[in-house]
Design a protein around this ligand. Structure first.
Ligand SMILES: Cc1cc2nc3c(=O)[nH]c(=O)nc-3n(C[C@H](O)[C@H](O)[C@H](O)COP(=O)(O)O)c2cc1C
Length: 426
């Protein structure tokens, strides 16, 4: 989900709530009731203007903009829940590593060890231009910088030994200064003295999430992540992605079971099969559906999709310095599909790895079958057309999840207090 306007366009919305976060806090509580591992707040750092060379459509349709800062929302969601993990997207391009480590450490302490960081390198020139650059660095360079960045923040998180805070009231000692260390990092891109000026948080470092899709991105994700999120094209591609990540993790000396690969899906649920199919049909035939999807894909690739004929295939395989993985899933190069077909089929492949349409029981059964084929680890449920809706998250939490729980596929109660521990349970 994104810290975007509430369901302002539906008859069940409230016309766009004030930006007090209460809608999202309700969402977090609902997901906690259903015992989700975590809720993830995506983020971008610009007002898109790639579609048609103007911000008009993005602003008119509220697609990818506005987006408010995920960090304070993560705190508010975390304070309103007790077990749900809360993950915020923070860009290595935007935050100096010291500030990011300090922010993450602080939130993880506030949330009693339930905070996660979705590591992104940003993907847009427009974002880079908000941080003193003219252009986004090339992908390989972004990942090279991100590798060093992770090295720096990991050193910062470890700069206080776990037992550095002694709280010895009798002797009047708060922290043992011999257990707090400078890091003296001087690398190619970053120079940071340390130590961090926050106490070790319950998880010492937040849980790490990543969504790398390119070979370089997958390597990065396999080396560092506790959880990887991905959009695949069908069950075979889910299995291939997970196998690939596990092989890369092993090659990097990690236990592949310490990484939970979650595949994005957007189930459409109905009281009957026909009801669900009808809802899906209504969603993809809504007047704004196509322009919403195209505005989104334009925003994250900085390619102007307004210039392509909806009823013809794309003229060539498109390349971006932005989210190439997302672009490839969208364009299905070689499939011969028209742009309209790409958009309408499976929400443009942008958000759903497999199509799940049916009753809660039917969809739960199918999810179990898919996971058995893929080998694990789970799904990340995303909101339809990149949009949040109260009705939708209640359908998931009180319809789909109980059907999954009855099959023993998801937990019915939390067993652990921290996000990393909960992640490792399934
Ligand atoms: C489910 C999902 C969520 C993502 N969320 C964000 C986000 O919030 N902000 C962002 O800048 N990029 C986001 N990305 C983009 C990824 O960080 C990454 O750049 C993208 O998957 C392309 O991979 P690559 O960088 O290896 O080419 C997301 C990707 C996926 C699949």
């Amino acid at each position: 989900m994104n810290f975007t306007p509430d369901e302002w366009r539906t008859p069940f919305g409230r016309g766009g709530l004030p930006w007090d976060g209460k809608f999202y806090i309700e969402m977090a509580r609902t997901l906690e009731r259903a015992c989700f591992d975590y809720i993830m707040i995506e983020d971008k750092l610009m007002v898109p203007e790639s579609f048609g060379g103007t911000p008009e459509l993005a602003l008119r349709n509220a697609m990818m903009v506005p987006k408010h800062d995920p960090a304070p929302l993560a705190v508010a969601m975390g304070m309103a829940t007790t077990h749900l993990g809360v993950v915020a997207t923070l860009s290595t391009l935007a935050y100096p590593p010291f500030l990011l480590a300090r922010l993450c450490s602080t939130i993880d302490s506030l949330l009693g060890g339930r905070f996660g960081w979705n590591i992104v390198t940003s993907a847009e020139d427009l974002a880079a231009q908000n941080f003193g650059m003219d252009k986004l660095p090339a992908r390989d360079l972004r990942y090279e910088m991100a590798e060093e960045y992770l090295d720096v923040v990991n050193k910062l998180f470890a700069s206080w030994e776990k037992d550095a805070v002694v709280l010895d009231h009798a002797a009047g000692i708060y922290a043992d200064h011999t257990k707090v260390h400078r890091i003296d990092h001087a690398g190619k891109f970053y120079k940071v003295r340390g130590p961090l000026n926050t106490v070790p948080s319950p998880q010492q470092r937040p849980a790490y999430l990543q969504a790398g899709a390119s070979p370089r991105g997958r390597d990065f994700a396999a080396r560092h992540s506790d959880s990887i999120i991905s959009v695949a094209n069908g069950v075979e591609s889910m299995k291939a992605f997970r196998d690939d990540i596990r092989a890369r993790a092993e090659a990097a000396g990690r236990d592949p079971n310490s990484i939970k690969v979650l595949f994005c899906v957007t189930p459409t649920l109905g009281e009957t099969e026909d009801d669900a199919q009808e809802q899906h049909r209504r969603m993809v035939s809504a007047p704004h559906f196509i322009s919403d999807i195209l505005a989104s894909i334009s925003a994250i690739t900085e390619i102007d999709f307004a210039k392509y004929d909806l009823d013809r295939p794309l003229p060539e395989r498109l390349i971006t310095n932005g989210e190439q993985g997302s672009l490839d899933k969208f364009q299905q190069w070689g499939s011969g599909k028209t742009l309209r077909e790409l958009v309408v089929g499976g929400a443009g492949g942008l958000v759903s790895s497999v199509e799940l349409i049916g009753t809660p029981d039917g969809v739960a059964e199918r999810m179990g079958e898919i996971m058995a084929q893929v080998g694990g680890d789970g799904f990340l449920i995303t909101t339809p057309v990149l949009r949040v809706s109260r009705r939708y998250f209640v359908e998931i939490a009180d319809g789909l999840v109980p059907a999954l729980q009855r099959r023993g596929l998801t937990r019915a109660a939390y067993r652990f207090g921290t996000l990393r521990e909960n992640l490792m349970e399934f």
